[in-house]
Write a protein that binds this ligand. Sequence first.
Ligand code: SF4
Length: 365
Amino acid sequence: MAQPRPQHRESDHPAPPMNNGDLIEIDNLKKYFPIQSGFLRRHVGDVRAVDGVTFSIRRGETLGLVGESGCGKTTTGRLIARIFEPTDGSIRISTNGDATDVASLRGEGLHDYWRRVQVIFQDPYSSLNPRRTVSQIIAEPLVCLTEMSAAERRDRVGELLELVGLDPRHAERYPHAFSGGQRQRIGIARGIALNPELLVADEAVSALDVSIQGQIINLMVRLQRELELTYLFVSHDLGIVKHISDRIAVMYVGKLVELCSADGMFRRPRHPYTEALLSAVPRPNPKAKAARILLPGDVADPANKPPGCPFHPRCRYAQEVCAQDEPEWRNVGDEEHRHLVACHFADTLELKGVLQAETTAGTTQ
Ligand code: SF4
């Protein structure tokens, strides 16, 4: 049986109401890591890991957040989980219909937030302490953030192990006794131990074999249905994200470049970077491999971004304006099916998606 969700405290800083249906709203969120140099460690610049991202996550949905390594997606997830403090911008979570400003939370208010928002980490091998038993690992958030007795924690750990498809009799074993997929199930059990509302899954299946990836995705889909969870699913792989996401956001050097429904993005991407990522998604039709778009050069340096559109040095559709003016973040869909994109030519470019037949063939649900 699922744990009751915690009662939320009233915020000391009431904020304007949130959009109906949104669990969490991110507005112009930034995280800069200072660069220091010299003996006196003078501040000489910033790595702009997250540089003004705005989006919301609806209650009960899965939002996929994708992009190449170093694009800022993991940092965004950690800001939302309040593992990092933002440099600027706001994160608001819906609390009994009102908005709570997450940045203002301290002490017990922050503990409440951590009961509501939990993280599943990337690597099932390094994210579990090898010196602790599975029971101790899963019970950790219960020890830190609840007042459960030892007996209650033991019962809850058994319940969680069953929920993620593991044998409760193995609770006193150590992580090395489990396979990669089983370890990720243990990480998921720890993530849902407090019955959170939002789970940030940071590359949750990237370190696993393809066949195991499918099992973990199916487990996450089932848990979402049974526990009414909301997911932010962070991954570098659009092919994985499409199996689980309702909407997908694409990030490039600290900024969002496209956000829309998963189906809309696979049918008709509107940003050239998304088109290139989609071209790398494996397809059932082997002839489709010929269409792969290889981007020239490396991802831009987040400490020294190019002017204008940050993607312009790699974009095969770039024109003069792209090197001068940064494209605005705008809706090119309608109000019901919003399709947000940052590209000067999103209305006119005819970009290639993945054919509907191929999308359907790869779907696991
Ligand atoms: Fe390419 Fe220009 Fe669009 Fe940037 S704004 S993605 S450089 S076409």
